[in-house]
Design a protein around this ligand. Structure first.
Ligand SMILES: *Cc1c(COP(=O)(O)O)cnc(C)c1O
Length: 359
């Protein structure tokens, strides 16, 4: 087998090698059943045990209170952009959004299809900072306030969780499990798995019990949170393999010292990378220092025309997928939990050598 590269993709992203190795055997024969884990029934005892274990470990890792439900759904974060208004706006028909980057903008665009009165309560004029909460203009009676705590494309993150009266809804696709946060400050948290949780195909929704009663009469069954909560996320066939793999990632994460353990490593990794960028003449990152993401680090080169060479040479050193998002260009290193610190060290060394050679 060829050596594994350090994969800086924003998603689907790198997964822990240990998890992938462990899964190999279960894919062929799950615990002596003679059937692979992708082939077992979603209502079998074996799968129910996998599902329960995964939820219990996730609850442990995030200290999820008992009055929150965890749903294992499909359709990605993008599916939730429409599920959120359908499940929450029966009573008021209005919702507030804070726009801090391309993903929260997409949440607004999709939300407008389903929310009668969608109000942008705060918006960054360029996606390099989070607008001060004192400058937000919340509407009178929004069903919820939607934020994107970590903007995966722009590398902009909230330094603190805002305190609002109405239920806070957070798109945590690229930041869940990377550092501790207080679930209680949110009414709903959701995340596509392919960034920091496991393979694509699984979407986590963590929702406070009382918010399961705010849904409209007609919601597509697969995105009806209440129906899914009652059915143990099995209104239809769930993404069994992604769910199983996410469970392995949760176990792995516990071995790394849990969320607070990995957060320490994450802060160190990001610190090294931002320092390398700030110390250089060639690289720069436009995000205000206190809003810099620990997970997604976009940067540009001061000299035009060097990007292709940078990417090519990085690739030949085993550092892959450093292209910025297709909508913004430039470069970006996503350094989720599964990216080993050595991967970041290697990237920093490469960046220094590349700058020297090009000056
Ligand atoms: C990746 C991402 C999405 C889109 O996720 P899908 O699962 O592809 O729908 C939405 N929001 C954020 C913050 C993301 O990082």
């Amino acid at each position: 087998m060829s050596e594994r590269a350090y994969n800086f993709s924003a998603g689907p992203a790198m997964m822990p090698a240990e998890v992938l190795e462990y899964a190999q055997e279960d894919l062929l024969d799950y615990k002596g059943t003679g059937i692979g884990v992708a082939e077992i029934g979603h209502r079998s005892d074996e799968f129910l045990a996998i599902a329960d274990r995964a939820e219990a470990d996730l609850r442990d890792l995030l200290a999820i209170p008992d009055n929150y439900r965890v749903l294992f759904l499909q359709g990605g974060a993008t599916g939730q952009f429409s599920a959120i208004p359908l499940n929450l706006t029966e009573q008021t028909g209005s919702a507030d959004y804070v726009v801090t980057g391309i993903w929260s903008k997409k949440a607004v665009d999709e939300g407008r299809k389903f929310v009668d009165k969608l109000h942008v309560a705060g918006a960054a004029s360029e996606y390099t900072y989070v607008p001060n909460q004192n400058d937000w203009q919340l509407s009178d009676d929004p069903a919820y306030v939607h934020i994107t705590p970590n903007e995966t494309i722009n590398g902009v993150a909230f330094a603190q969780t805002p305190e609002v009266e109405k239920p806070l809804v957070g798109d945590m696709s690229s930041v869940l499990l990377s550092e501790p946060f207080e679930i209680e400050k949110y009414g709903v948290i959701y995340a596509g798995a392919q960034k920091n949780i496991g393979p694509a195909g699984l979407t986590l929704v963590i929702v406070r019990d009382d918010l399961l009663e705010q849904g409209r009469p007609a919601i597509p069954a697969v995105w009806d949170w209440k129906a899914q909560a009652e059915a143990g996320s099995k209104v239809n066939t769930p993404p069994t393999v992604s769910w199983y793999m996410a469970g392995l990632v949760f176990k792995w994460l516990k071995k790394q010292g849990g969320v607070s353990g990995i957060a320490e490593v994450n802060r160190r990794k990001a610190g090294k990378l931002y320092a390398a960028i700030d110390d250089s003449e060639l690289y720069s990152n436009p995000v205000e220092p206190e809003c810099r993401s620990l997970m997604n680090v976009p940067f540009v080169l001061a000299k035009s025309g060097l990007e292709k060479a940078f990417l090519r040479q990085a690739r030949s050193t085993g550092l892959v997928n450093l292209e910025g998002h297709r909508s913004v260009g430039g470069l970006r290193a996503s350094i989720y939990n599964a990216m080993p610190e050595e991967g970041v060290d290697k990237l920093v060394d490469f960046m220094r050598a590349f700058e020297e050679a090009s000056s």
